[in-house]
Write a protein that binds this ligand. Structure first.
Ligand code: IPM
Ligand code: MG
Length: 360
């Protein structure tokens, strides 16, 4: 089969990790007889440098017209990069929000999985880490505080900032359906996370999620308050299968869930809408401090490419082949610096890509 992929190398380590993912996709093309056509676009700081904006309309149109988008990372050092002297809507991250919204990518899937081989790197107490965990955070991505009205005004001589958290029932229903579908294909357990003891948006969230639940009798549903969830992720991570939550809570909880795996460099993500078009990117950022040194971990991007094969192209077997190749390389003891431990062999970013490539 033939597919058109928009590549966004982006900033920092983005170009090096995307290069390795493309390498692995080449092996998939050869082994399974597919053809992937790539179009590269600029997004983030590199686009600001060239065009003065973090995402041009032309680049956005290219992404919209493709079958899937594979992204490295965008953004730089907030402390000293000139990109962060610009107004908020012109900074690298604004491009991320814009592409999510314009492509209608309301469902953000962030798996947080403790790899047995890497469990020693987890900051969790050994008896908790030993039990392992495998959760999928399903974060709403195009609503809530991120896209509500915001402004700063002066009231009674005091600067006053306003951010609004809005959800309508349709926005909640469509992400809830995605979450129940995902849970049905996993262990059949969904935890919906909200702050219904305080927020109206959460009370509506809970009501709609329970309505959707009636169509999924095989999935067990529980509600959890977000503060409690933050705590349970550290003391009881194996409780969770699919975690469904709104945009802001999902941003925070997904970083926490990633952190307790101890290997952020391993975690992929997918952002999906109603159709097949999706955006795939590692859960980590652009790591400008190690950019260009060939020491970054390309695995999260390679696993994001596997998610692309599965969700946008329906190539399940090919996706598994990539995931198995990653597991094999880990079992054989190869590690990039971020996941290095005693007795293992330390390899560069490009060598890690080669090793996975050879095992497809
Ligand atoms: C993420 C990031 C973004 C977000 C930032 C960079 C705007 O933290 O993808 O989780 O908050 O969504
Ligand atoms: Mg985040």
């Amino acid at each position: 089969m033939e597919f058109n992929i928009t590549l966004i190398p982006g900033d920092g380590i983005g170009p090096e990790i995307v290069r390795e993912a493309v390498k692995v996709l080449h092996a998939v093309e050869e082994k399974y007889g597919h053809k992937f056509n790539y179009t590269e676009i600029d997004m983030g700081g590199c686009s600001i440098d060239k065009y003065g904006v973090p995402l041009t309309d032309e680049a956005l149109e290219t992404a919209k017209a493709s079958d899937a988008v594979l992204l490295g990372a965008v953004g730089g050092n907030v402390g000293n990069s000139p990109w962060y002297q610009l107004p908020p809507d012109k900074r690298p991250e604004a491009a991320l929000l814009r592409i999510r919204k314009e492509l209608g990518l309301f469902a953000n899937l962030r798996p947080a999985l403790l790899y047995e081989e890497l469990s020693a790197a987890s900051p969790l107490r050994a008896d908790i880490a030993e039990k392992g965990f495998d959760m999928l955070i399903m974060r709403e991505l195009t609503g809530g505080l991120y896209f509500g009205k915001r402004y700063i005004e002066e009231i009674d001589g005091k600067l006053t900032a306003v951010d609004t958290l809005t959800y309508n029932e349709d926005e909640i229903r469509r992400i809830a359906i995605k979450a129940f579908e995902a849970a049905g294909k996993r262990r059949g357990h969904l935890t919906s996370v909200d702050k219904a003891n305080v927020l109206d948006s959460s009370r509506l969230w809970r009501k709609v999620v329970h309505e959707v639940a009636e169509s999924y009798p095989d999935v067990s549903l529980d509600d959890m308050l977000v503060d409690s969830c933050a705590m349970q992720i550290t003391v009881n991570p194996d409780f969770f299968d699919v975690v469904l939550t709104e945009n802001m809570f999902g941003d925070i909880l997904s970083d926490e869930a990633a952190a307790v795996t101890g290997s952020l460099g391993m975690l992929p993500s997918a952002s999906l809408g109603e159709g097949k078009l999706g955006l795939y990117e590692p859960s980590h950022g652009s790591a400008p401090d190690i950019a260009g040194q060939d020491i970054a971990n390309p695995i999260a991007t390679i696993l994001s490419a596997a998610m692309m094969l599965r969700y946008s192209f329906d190539l399940d077997e090919e996706a598994k082949a990539v995931e198995n190749a990653v597991k094999k390389v880990l079992r054989e003891g190869f590690r990039t610096g971020d996941i290095m431990s005693e007795g293992m062999e330390k390899v560069s970013c490009s060598r890690m890509g080669d090793l996975i490539n050879e095992r497809i």
